[in-house]
Design a binder for this molecule. Structure first.
Ligand SMILES: Cc1ncc(COP(=O)(O)O)c(C=O)c1O
Length: 394
């Protein structure tokens, strides 16, 4: 029943991955066990050779973790999911599995900071080459392809610029180059965007964000379009030890059941907040894929079912105004991360990116007055009033 692709996405989010067991438990039990007993020596041998499916050791597989993997795979329309301890563990499992010394990866320049940084500073130590480019520009992607390009890794919309990459366009470039094409779908969640439908081979998530949605775990999830991709990454994943914990998986599964409700409610709030910001005299510009002014509005409309709930905007008053806004908000929580049920706000120039020089920040598009809001599910009137009173203080 739960694997039926004809079922709506909201139904799959609630049911996929788990059927009530012999106890009738409606939710998957937390199998808090590091290891699993074999019924006999022959049974153990069959599990090890893969002749029979079953559980051996939690770093290799666990029923609570499997419930979450199957749920997200059903939402993204993939063959198989692979749960990881964090979003970064998921991305690094993919780099480790698909790239070797002397090979090259193309990555979105505005990809999540540590994803780019680890390619620059650590994977480079093992001879993996990379080009960080503006993947919103398909000509730039084509120009970046080298004979040794084995992976294209994009994030769309990307953070905090909210630039959008054409997924189908990149998929075609990757296909011609013989490279694996991976999309970080954290910002949209499968409710709003399903990259495998547009030609991606693999989707990666930080489920810390929308999928879990309750700001109480860190976790990652990879979905492979084909079993072959899963099989290739399986041993690297379990030998790296990148696996999720069963309790983390239980909470993630609890969270994903309400993903559709949360994503749509937050998006409805964000549409109103983006419009209010656009009209406010203290705001220079607003980046939100739901506004026709967004440079890749058409592309996003084509490949996603909605603009989501992340908004970036520039305060005319620069650094000082940004810090004043952060001190002025009362309901919005001053914190990094995103995709939770509560609204989070942050000012990169005085917070996450304060360690960079002015030049480095501007090169990365982190202007002094840039503010990022991850809009949550509070009553929209309260969010609009909170933003208005805080903007009045800048
Ligand atoms: C788009 C994106 N990808 C990956 C990550 C990394 O995820 P995690 O913090 O779960 O390791 C983040 C974290 O903020 C993110 O925003």
């Amino acid at each position: 029943m739960t694997k039926d692709k004809k079922l709506g996405l909201g139904t799959r989010a609630i049911h996929a991955g788990y059927e009530p067991d012999s106890t009738g438990a409606v939710n998957p039990p937390v199998y808090q066990s590091s290891t699993f007993a074999f019924r006999s020596a022959a049974h153990g041998a069959r599990l090890f050779t893969g002749e029979e499916e079953g559980y051996i050791y939690t770093r290799i597989g666990n029923p609570t973790i499997r419930a979450l993997e199957d749920n997200i795979a059903a939402l993204e329309g993939g063959a198989r999911g692979m749960a990881c301890s964090s979003g970064m563990a998921a991305s690094n499992t993919l780099f480790f599995s698909f790239l070797s010394a002397g090979e090259h990866v193309i990555v979105t320049d505005a990809v999540y900071g540590p994803t780019r940084l680890i390619l620059e500073t650590h994977w480079s130590r093992f001879g993996v080459e990379h080009s960080a480019i503006d993947t919103a520009d398909l000509d730039a992607v084509r120009a970046a392809v080298r004979p040794n390009t084995r992976m294209i890794f994009v994030e769309t919309p990307a953070n905090p610029t909210l630039k959008v990459t054409d997924i189908a366009g990149c998929a075609e470039i990757a296909r011609q180059a013989g490279a694996v094409f991976i999309v970080d779908n954290t910002f949209m969640s499968p409710v709003l965007q399903r990259p495998l439908e547009h030609g991606a081979d693999i989707v990666v998530h930080s489920i810390t964000k929308f999928i879990n949605g309750h700001t109480d775990i860190v976790g990652g999830l990879i979905v492979f379009k084909k079993d072959a991709g899963y099989e290739l990454a399986f041993k690297p994943w379990y030998m790296l030890g990148a696996v999720m914990d069963p309790h983390q998986a239980f909470l993630g599964y609890r969270g994903v059941k309400s993903l559709k409700l949360r994503a749509l409610a937050a998006q409805a709030n964000a549409r109103q907040l983006a419009q209010a910001l656009l009209e406010h005299p203290a705001v220079a510009w607003v980046a939100y894929p739901g506004l026709p002014e967004h440079p890749q509005y058409e592309v996003h409309q084509r490949q996603a079912d909605g603009p989501g709930s992340l908004i970036s905007f520039e305060l005319k008053g620069g650094l000082k105004a940004g810090a004043a806004l952060m001190d002025g908000v009362r309901i919005m929580t001053l914190a990094v991360s995103l995709g939770g049920i509560e609204t989070l706000i942050q000012h990169p120039a005085s917070m996450t990116h304060a360690g960079m020089t002015l030049e480095q920040r501007h090169e990365a598009g982190i202007t002094d007055g840039l503010v990022r809001v991850s809009v949550g599910c509070e009553d929209v009137e309260d969010l609009l009033a909170d933003m208005a009173q805080a903007l009045a203080q800048v």
